[in-house]
Write a protein that binds this ligand. Structure first.
Ligand SMILES: Nc1ncnc2c1ncn2[C@@H]1O[C@H](COP(=O)(O)OP(=O)(O)O)[C@@H](O)[C@H]1O
Ligand SMILES: O=C(OP(=O)(O)O)[C@H](O)COP(=O)(O)O
Length: 395
């Protein structure tokens, strides 16, 4: 695996694919700068070597040129974080981009305009990729969040740098963290899967059963499993067409010696609302008209015990409807247990859009071993897929 440390960037122009697809508010201010912060070590290493950085990214999903998706909105934030002036060019290819990169001196940074202003980016157009490639000497892919997209700047471009391409530090860290869970994790390995639907997590469950000792299931997925075992789930979220599949997963887990931990009690509500009436009950005996929106206190204790005994922990998917304060307690309790286990020496990885949002919202970000910068990219990795952005560097 070629990484930044295999190169010296002195007098070289590094063409770096970053994922600066960050959330902006109505005033076009960055509301979460994690992805910019995460790219900093790569950029600083190249500058310290005596090279220059050409940063390319997408922002949002614009249909053609659209000023509200311009990367110029984030220039100030990138400058603040890097502590270095950031030049900006209003097109990622063409004469302006060529001139700006030709004039770039060692120690300087240039940010190119949104790659997705050109439809060729998402189409993976080879000629467009070649135009981008002509701007730099060494291609660095540090965009883990976009590594599941086979786009021009993430994948197709790599062929134009047969000997001069590598992963950035962020990408390296993401790959190593996933490997720590999926390949080299110290036992017992525990995966906690929550979130809304069995159907969106099934490929992950299938892929990880061979690698884990404990599987904790929570969130909305719970009730398909409980119903499959003959429980009464009231109006809870259930995928009736997945009942057989849920039973099969439980059997498969048993055959592979994976201990499955399902909730034993639930916080129930009489409506999908933070203002609904609530109660606590046996997870297999939810009255009609009520739905389970969080794990109950006995489940919290049970799950915490499994987590505290684990040496490697993977967490994907909230345990309840954490967006509503009345149903966030289980997710918070779990975040706390994972933090404690991490303090005691376990390795913990959190991935997936909503799980990462929950971890940040409840202040566990610095208390777990690693929080992925990728939503979709992380989920696809856990499903066992080879991400095109990673494969392009390895090939
Ligand atoms: N008991 C539940 N009933 C309905 N929805 C739930 C329940 N528990 C969690 N959820 C919802 O699941 C969603 C997250 O699921 P998902 O997208 O699969 O997670 P991730 O993005 O981390 O992979 C959240 O919006 C949360 O409110
Ligand atoms: O934010 C991203 O994905 P994510 O929301 O799944 O983490 C990436 O920048 C990829 O963006 P895309 O899903 O528009 O290709």
């Amino acid at each position: 695996m070629k990484t930044l440390n295999d190169f010296n960037f002195k007098n070289k122009k590094a063409l770096i694919r970053v994922d600066f697809n960050v959330p902006l508010n109505d005033q076009f201010k960055v509301t979460d700068d994690t992805r910019i912060q995460s790219a900093k070590p790569t950029i600083i290493k190249i500058l310290e070597d005596g090279g220059s950085c050409i940063l390319m990214s997408h922002l949002g999903r614009p249909k053609g040129v659209d000023a509200s998706f311009s990367l110029k909105h984030i220039v100030d934030k990138v400058e603040d974080i890097l502590g270095v002036e950031v030049k900006f060019v209003s097109n990622c290819v063409g004469e302006d981009a060529i001139n700006a990169t030709n004039n770039l001196e060692p120690g300087e940074i240039l940010l190119l305009e949104n790659l997705r202003f050109h439809k060729e980016e998402e189409a993976g157009d080879e000629a467009f990729a070649q135009q981008l490639a002509s701007l730099g000497d060494i291609y660095v892919n540090d965009a883990f969040g976009t590594a599941h997209r086979a786009h021009a700047s993430t994948t197709v471009i790599a062929q134009f740098f047969p000997d001069n391409k590598c992963f950035g530090f962020l990408m390296e860290q993401e790959i190593k963290s996933i490997d720590k869970v999926m390949k080299t994790g110290e036992k017992p390995v525990c995966a906690i899967l929550g979130g809304a639907k069995v159907s969106s997590k099934i490929t992950i469950i299938d892929n990880i059963l061979d690698k884990i000792d404990h599987l904790i299931i929570g969130g909305g997925m719970t009730f398909t499993f409980i119903k499959a075992q003959g429980g009464k789930v009231g109006n809870s979220l259930v995928e009736d067409d997945k009942l057989k599949l849920a039973s099969e997963i439980l059997e498969k887990a048993k055959a592979k010696n994976v201990q499955v931990h399902l909730p034993v009690d639930a916080i129930i509500a009489d409506a999908f609302s933070n203002d609904a009436h609530t109660n606590t009950c046996d997870v297999s005996n939810i009255p009609d008209g009520w739905m389970g929106l969080d794990i109950g206190p006995n489940t919290e204790a049970l799950f915490a015990q499994v987590i505290m005994e684990s040496k490697t922990i993977l967490w994907n998917g909230p345990l309840g409807v954490f967006e509503m304060p009345n149903f966030a307690k289980g997710t918070i309790a779990l975040g706390y247990a994972i933090s404690e286990a991490t303090k005691n020496g376990a390795f913990s990885l959190v991935g997936g859009g909503d799980s990462v949002a929950a971890v940040k919202q409840f202040g566990f970000e610095d208390k777990v071993s690693y929080v992925s910068t990728g939503g979709g990219a992380m989920l696809e990795s856990l499903e066992g897929k080879t991400l095109p952005g990673i494969a392009a560097i390895l090939n």
